[in-house]
Design a protein around this ligand. Structure first.
Ligand SMILES: [Zn+2]
Length: 520
């Protein structure tokens, strides 16, 4: 029997060499349509200019509403195929939360490097270097390398052509025939033979299993090579990035020094991460300008000793040490958690802490200040404890859809159904109390940041909790802004007399500082 199998598989191997497969035919046709293998292989350098637009669906004003427009940014770049090194120079004047980032990214097979400031959440390496620069974390480098592979479409199609053994059949994508190759599912336009769409099967902290697609269009002939001058990233069919090339030139002389990472930086640089890389999350956090470039998704791994659960009032604990915080209130026989930020990994850490410190007290309520991905991305990790989800007015239907989505690719939690999770939508305010009379109250607040936002209130501690409208702890700005004013208005409207506020960012601060500023 064994011999028969060996003979059979040998025969199949011979057959597959002799007769091109459907996949080989499709790729062969694409290579020809793009200019032929010889021309594609002769592309040594590419210099380019263009503009990229970015949107973020999970920073929308309304839960589940229109994606937030982030920035329309010009870029210039060079790619050298012999060293497989890419440099992109960005000039981003952000439309969402106005600020400017002018920086360069260098991506090589060995390491990644950022010159300049590219985020509001700078890591220690960036802050300590002058002028600002830092090496890319393993997750960021892995994400950049993956996207370089599908961005350089001539290289991708040529790699498929040269490695027929690595191609597998795939189901049609959007009605177009497709081939699976190295983690990508590549569809081809039957009319032109050109590649149409490259899909990866990613995970999203809000939407669970997601399709992350790179879509080619506007094919043009440049020096006998056809390439798409417009590309689009789609997350479950919604556009999150659109790239338009204004100029592409081949085989121009390039200054190789501009593609080099300084040797001192290279020595300590991270290798590309290989396990559980949250690719599209890493990219989208960069789009929105809040990415903390770190091996750990929750804190700066080179600067913070990690997350800690800090008691800030009797029975009231704040997660500190990371980019985003939760608040935990100890009740007589259970716990209440406000916000489930970043990832389920952060939530699992929090659940581990609460089990050790408050044995026998399950998390019964998870209240989210708002629906944005960075404050809600760990919701499943907390809800898996059996908690009821508490959200502001208008967010219930959104979270019902979120929790009905499949989550089989979650790196932190085994697949299970969350569609029966109880959701409580708060119309104005909601009181959660225990037998001893301790209370936590959430109030829907008018604010400029997100519809249906909740403010938390812990009466016995005279402590409020807000996210993104005030960051308690760091110095207040010289002048009040609409976010800060909205906190004071919400406090007045609810008739509260807070002593302090804790935040989903920052730490804890005296409330009087805020009233003094806003009264100006
Ligand atoms: Zn937000």
């Amino acid at each position: 029997m064994k011999h028969a199998f060996a003979a059979l598989s040998g025969a199949l191997l011979v057959a597959s060499c002799a007769v091109p497969t459907r996949e080989q035919n499709m790729v062969g046709r694409a290579v020809e349509a793009m200019g032929g293998a010889e021309r594609l292989a002769a592309l040594k350098t590419v210099t380019f200019k263009g503009k990229a637009k970015f949107w973020e669906p999970e920073q929308s004003d309304v839960p589940g509403g229109e994606p937030r427009f982030i920035v329309d940014a010009p870029f210039e770049g060079i790619y050298d195929s012999s060293s497989r090194a890419l440099r992109i120079d960005w000039d981003k004047n952000m439309a969402y939360i106005p600020r400017s980032f002018k920086y360069s990214e260098i991506v090589t097979p060995a390491a990644g490097y950022v010159v300049g400031v590219d985020s509001s959440a700078r890591n220690a390496q960036s802050l300590q270097s002058s002028p600002p620069a830092h090496t890319m974390s393993g997750p960021r480098l892995a994400a950049a390398q993956r996207e370089l592979a599908r961005g350089a479409v001539t290289g991708l199609v040529l790699a498929m052509h040269r490695n027929p053994g690595k191609m597998q059949p795939a189901a049609d994508l959007g009605g177009k025939p497709a081939v699976s190759f190295g983690g990508f599912i590549v569809s081809f336009d039957p009319a032109t033979g050109l590649p149409a769409r490259v899909r990866t099967l990613d995970y999203d902290n809000i939407w669970g299993d997601v399709d992350f697609d790179y879509v080619y269009s506007d094919w043009r002939d440049i020096d006998g090579v056809r390439i798409p001058l417009t590309r689009r990233y789609e997350l479950n069919g919604r556009t999150v990035q659109e790239i338009t090339f204004a100029e592409v030139r081949y085989n121009q002389p390039v200054d190789s020094a501009r593609l080099q990472i300084p040797p001192a930086a290279l020595a300590g640089a991270a290798k590309p991460a290989t396990r559980n890389v949250p690719y599209q999350w890493v990219l989208r956090r960069q789009y929105v300008g809040f990415y903390m470039d770190s091996e750990h998704l929750s804190y700066d791994a080179r600067a913070s000793p990690g997350l800690r659960l800090q008691e800030i009032a009797p029975g009231v604990h704040q997660v500190q040490g990371g980019t985003h915080n939760s608040l935990v209130v100890e009740m007589s026989d259970h716990l209440i958690v406000l916000d489930a930020p970043v990832t389920d990994a952060q939530s699992l850490w929090l659940v581990g802490q609460t089990r050790a410190r408050f044995p026998g007290k399950p998390i019964r309520w998870l209240a989210l200040t708002h629906h944005h991905m960075d404050h809600a991305g760990g919701l499943r990790g907390i809800l898996a404890e059996g908690a009821t989800l508490v959200v502001g007015e208008g967010a219930g239907a959104h979270f019902r859809r979120v929790l009905a989505a499949p989550m089989t690719r979650n790196p932190d939690l085994p697949a299970r159904s969350f569609h029966m999770t109880p959701i409580l939508e708060v119309p104005e305010s909601h009181v959660m109390s225990d037998a001893a009379g301790r209370q936590v109250i959430v109030y829907v607040m008018d604010n400029p940041h997100a519809k249906g936002m909740l403010m938390g209130w812990v009466p016995h501690a005279r402590l409020g909790f807000v996210s993104d409208v005030w960051t308690p702890g760091p110095p207040l700005p010289a002048r009040p802004n609409p976010g800060l004013a909205s906190v004071v208005n919400a406090v007045k409207r609810a008739g509260l007399q807070p002593e302090r506020f804790a935040g989903g960012h920052g730490s804890v601060a005296d409330y009087r500082m805020l009233t003094r500023l806003v009264a100006q």
